[in-house]
Ligand binder design. Structure first.
Ligand code: HSE
Length: 426
């Protein structure tokens, strides 16, 4: 039986889960996959952590050199995260002729082109299923399940932390701050939540997923990004009354004018599939021209779910003698002819705090019509003393037109504040 040796770099939550699956299921994989996979060594600064997982001291490496010169290691699993030392370690592994499996979305989004060039030069594998949406097999679905399709769109809840926060703001009326604190207590949100709540994590994932979906490298800095830190629970509650649920969506769309790639809070119809994805769960809705819609749903993080994706890559590497790489021009910024649409069309929900006086609505609607933004509904949702809250929804219009309208509105003396501006995706 083919033997396949693995090294794990980093024994945090995901590294531990990967080790557990690989060791506990060794016999199962021999039977079901016809390959004997062994963990040959680990690289982990915290020796006690390695020992607590039951790893022999002899298998705890003390340097990356020890790992990459080990002749029993065929594949290096990188689950350290961040750019350094992960990038140096992965590069050394590839240069030494080892296949690499990584869960590192930031590293992949930023240096995919460089790492792929190293892998190609040595004809070794480079796999990254666990970099996007944890245990959900989205990368393999895109690469091996949807080749018959021209993919029209990809829409996903690809960050569990923000989904946990938004779900609890809606269902229990919590403020953003309270929902975040609770998520941190329960281990759904990091102590430093910036990467998640400001949308960076989703941006890295969307750049990888949309590159695969649209067969062209989408540079992560081309992904429009807006996080959830300014979301007010009143807008979530008002949206709910109007039949919408708020999600932080990653959206990639192929349109006649080019490719749209954006991450932002989005109202989706409350009876839609994406609206029903709650708490820390993730889901990705793909639309292909042959198959129609496909929804992949599951856990986007955690020791065993992410370990499941990593192990599937390890088995893939063990069972395939030829490696495949991206079919598109994978340079830093991708093909120059790829047009990214920055001024996209969307419908909007806008909430305003205004003076409660005759003629105010007229002034407000004048600002919208000045920039050709067509209103769908306008309602006064509350009033107190001199202040009223007005909620407006629009028909589809250009982002730039809405920005100009909001700028104009915020300068009107009758408008106290633009409270919320949320895109709607039907
Ligand atoms: N921090 C991510 C999330 C999981 O909240 O979904 C890893 O990408």
């Amino acid at each position: 039986m083919r033997k396949f040796g693995v090294a794990i770099l980093g024994l945090g939550v995901v590294g531990g889960g990967t080790y557990e699956i690989l060791t506990e299921k060794r016999e199962f994989f021999k039977k079901t996959q016809g390959v004997d996979i062994t963990v040959e060594c680990v690289l982990e600064k915290n020796k006690d952590r390695a020992l607590s997982l039951g790893i022999d001291e002899a298998r705890i490496a003390t340097s990356i050199e020890e790992v990459v010169t080990n002749p029993n290691v065929d594949c290096v699993v990188e689950v350290i995260g961040g750019i350094e030392p992960a990038k140096t370690f992965v590069t050394k592994a590839l240069k030494s002729g080892k296949s690499v499996v990584t869960s590192n979305k930031e590293l992949f989004a930023k240096y995919w082109h460089e790492l792929e060039a190293e892998a190609k030069a040595k004809d070794v594998g480079l796999y990254f299923e666990a970099s996007c949406v944890g245990g959900v097999p989205i990368i393999r679905t895109l690469q091996e399940g949807m080749q018959a399709n021209d993919i029209k769109s990809i829409k996903g809840i690809i960050n569990g932390t923000t989904n946990y926060i938004l779900t609890n703001m809606e269902s229990r009326g919590l403020s953003y701050e309270d929902a975040l604190k609770e998520g941190q207590k329960l281990g759904y949100a990091e102590f430093n939540p910036t990467a998640d709540v400001e949308g960076f994590d989703s941006t890295y994932k969307l750049s990888i997923l949309s590159s695969l979906a649209f067969n062209t490298k989408i540079y992560f800095e081309n992904v429009y990004r807006e996080g959830i830190t300014n979301i007010d629970k009143e807008d979530i509650a008002q949206g709910k009354k109007m039949g919408y649920t708020l999600k932080l969506l990653g959206i990639g769309k192929k349109t006649a004018s080019g490719i749209e790639v954006r991450v932002h809070p989005t109202f989706v119809p409350s009876d839609s599939m994406l609206a029903s994805v709650s708490d820390s769960f993730n889901a990705v809705l793909l639309e292909g021209d042959s198959v129609g819609e496909i929804l992949l749903y599951g856990r986007g993080a955690g020791a065993l779910p992410t370990g499941s994706a990593i192990v599937s890559d390890v088995i893939f590497a063990a069972r395939h003698q030829t490696n495949y790489y991206s079919c598109f021009n994978n340079t830093l910024k991708g093909a120059s002819k790829t047009k990214i649409v920055s001024d996209f069309n969307s419908k909007y929900y806008i909430s305003l705090s205004v003076k409660d006086a005759p003629g105010v609505l007229n002034k407000i609607s004048g600002a919208f019509s000045k920039y050709n933004v067509s209103l769908k509904e306008v309602s006064q949702v509350s009033a107190s003393e001199n202040e009223a809250k007005i909620v407006v929804t629009t028909h589809s219009c250009l982002e730039s037109a809405v920005k100009k309208t909001l700028d104009k509105l915020s300068k009107l003396e009758e408008v106290f504040a633009v409270k919320g501006c949320i895109r709607i995706e039907d």
